[in-house]
Unconditional design. Structure first.
Length: 165
């Protein structure tokens, strides 16, 4: 059980490919096998541990970047980015959410708006949600985010994690 790339906005971008391989290498089974049976508080703890695992994987795969969790890029906004990376030429914003199209779109728009005026690699990493949350609609919105990113000169990738419950 690993994150599965659904959509990416560009081909042959070595930095993006390194990010993709790093995210895909994280074993999600210990985090998301049966997590929906837990209460909301415990789910937040589980997601936080997964967030840490992804951040650590990125730090190993891309050691020349600076990686942190819960980065707040704007003092005028309380919005924080789940995983934030920076190197000499770009920033990386990774948002973790249950697979809900409205959350994917909301996070994409708000985070792109508050990030610095530099190339942005934006990653949506969606973990299993309830049966009422439409994964096909989420993937459709990954495509919209990829299209918009390409138009803005940024890069986008959308991942899902398959539920095994």
């Amino acid at each position: 059980m690993h994150p599965h790339l659904q959509v990416k906005s560009i081909e042959r971008d070595q930095f993006l490919e390194t990010i993709i391989k790093s995210i895909e290498s994280v074993n999600c089974q210990k985090f998301f096998l049966g997590h929906l049976e837990e209460n909301q508080r415990e789910q937040r703890v589980i997601v936080s541990k997964f967030q840490q695992a992804v951040c650590e994987s990125l730090a190993v795969s891309i050691p020349n970047g600076q990686w942190q969790m819960e980065h707040c890029p704007s003092s005028s906004s309380r919005d924080s980015i789940d995983i934030f990376g920076r190197n000499e030429s770009a920033v990386v914003a990774i948002e973790l959410d249950k697979h809900r199209a409205d959350q994917v779109a909301k996070k994409f728009v708000s985070r792109i708006a508050i990030l610095p005026d530099t190339k942005v690699y934006f990653i949506s990493l969606c973990y299993p949600g309830t049966e009422n949350m439409s994964k096909p609609e989420t993937i459709k919105y990954f495509g919209y985010c990829a299209n918009l990113s390409k138009r803005m000169g940024n890069v986008y990738a959308g991942f899902t994690i398959e539920s095994t419950t």
